[in-house]
Design a protein around this ligand. Structure first.
Ligand SMILES: [Zn+2]
Length: 429
């Protein structure tokens, strides 16, 4: 090839290549929303704990695989279970995800890994012989995908720009959750109120033995095994308008509805929003309980300027914001567009049966050595050792005792106990 032609081609190629590169960079940038967050708390018993980590990496050493974790642990009967979960749960979840997965596969593997991580953390904590328990609301944000796993009643809500507020958790509270009342009863627990002298019943519904108002938690070795650590899991993909997550302990939710909490802090940057939600809850109900709130904004890259700081007078600021919105046609248009951008629901499952939660896959929990691993605690299983999660399960529609995933004897005992197949009153650890 002559140099003239080559030069010509070179020149000809450069322009589209540059265009392509800038388009790629733009796309890459578009794929990465930024995450801003704020935290506020008022303590009464000192049993609320939290985790905020924005520098987790799916592939260690690869900064483009960064994801964030936010969690609240509301302890009861002491704080040991909350602290233990804060310190170990994340690792247990990540260790339950097979190695070498791409982003999409990794996100798909998360719901199952969350179940394994919660149960493993519970088992480990109980083996220490400490009696406290904790709620857990655990949120993983990878770009636009939000995955929430929860036991107990520390709620996570999503406020999208169109003004729709949705709950990403269910409350595992016996008082409000009929399904959980039925499950507890079917697993050998009793549900009732506290009886005081004279036979009058007071307070919220509790399960016995133990007297806990929650039906799911981590820890709590001194209550029935029907109080399970198996989380409700929901995974959604936000529209490219982003959204705001509010994660808070029951100190907030006993005072404010999801709508009230979302509305109380709209227009404020995350840091101030968290403070505002706590302030609003205290104003409504006073400090009756530990009250913790994390606000996380998933912000589209185009919209990277932080919201303007509020002036000193709150009401004036709201009025300004409202006036600006209703008179500015550009804002109207963007509101219309974000209303079109619907949040996509990718996964939702709340069953307390491990057979439903760990799937039918028998290839995924094979270790690198070719041995099978326990789907909960990830220990290698000898050839004769593994027991299928489906073995003898009368509830499973596809009862296939030869099909994985498999459990070690310990985890299988734990499973049977949680399902009421081992006489209650004895915790298996
Ligand atoms: Zn195991």
């Amino acid at each position: 090839m002559g140099s003239r032609v080559e030069r010509h081609q070179h020149h000809h190629d450069l322009v589209p290549l540059a265009a392509l590169l800038s388009r790629e960079m733009r796309n890459e940038k578009m794929e990465k929303p930024s995450v801003r967050y704020g935290y506020a708390a008022q303590s009464r018993k000192g049993e609320d704990f939290f985790l905020m980590k924005t520098d987790c990496q799916r592939v260690s050493g690869n900064p483009s695989s960064v994801f964030s974790v936010f969690a609240i642990f509301d302890g009861h009967n002491g704080s040991a279970a909350a602290i233990y979960s804060r310190d170990h749960l994340l690792n247990h979840v990540l260790n339950a995800i097979p190695r070498g997965l791409g982003r999409d596969e990794w996100l798909q593997a998360l719901p199952r890994a969350l179940v394994a991580g919660f149960v493993k953390t519970d088992k480990e904590f109980q083996s220490r012989g400490l009696t406290s328990g904790t709620t857990v609301t655990f949120v993983i944000i990878d770009r636009w995908t939000v995955t929430v796993a929860s036991v107990g009643d520390s709620r996570c809500i999503l406020d999208t720009q169109g003004g729709a507020v949705s709950e990403l958790t269910v409350d595992h509270r016996l008082e409000d959750n009929v399904d959980e009342r039925e499950r507890v009863t079917a697993s050998g627990g009793e549900v009732g109120r506290l009886s005081i002298f004279g036979g009058a019943e007071i307070g919220p519904l509790r399960c016995w033995p133990g007297g806990l108002c929650l039906s799911r938690s981590i820890g709590d070795m001194d209550v029935g095994e029907f109080i399970v650590p198996i989380p409700y899991v929901k995974q959604v993909k936000l529209s490219n308008a982003g959204g705001r997550l509010i994660i808070a302990s029951d100190g907030i939710w006993d005072a404010l509805s999801s709508d009230m909490a979302a509305k109380s802090c709209r227009g404020l940057p995350a840091e101030l929003a968290a403070k505002q939600v706590v302030k609003e809850a205290l104003r409504t109900r006073g400090l009756k309980d530990d009250t913790t709130c994390i606000v996380v904004d998933v912000i589209p890259p185009d919209n990277s300027t932080p919201p303007s700081p509020p002036p000193k007078k709150q009401n004036k600021f709201r009025a300004l914001l409202f006036r600006k919105r209703s008179h500015d046609s550009a804002s109207k248009l963007s509101r219309k567009l974000s209303a079109v951008g619907i949040v996509e629901e990718l996964f939702e499952e709340g069953s307390a049966m491990l057979a439903d939660r760990l799937g039918n896959d028998d290839t995924c929990n094979q270790s690198t050595t070719g041995l099978f691993m326990c789907a909960i605690c990830q220990t290698d299983l000898a050839a004769s050792e593994g027991i299928s999660v489906h073995a003898g399960s009368i509830f499973s529609t596809s009862s296939k005792p030869w099909q994985g995933p498999f459990l070690c004897a310990d985890c299988r005992n734990k499973k049977d106990a949680m399902e009421g197949k081992i006489p209650s009153g004895v915790k298996v650890v």
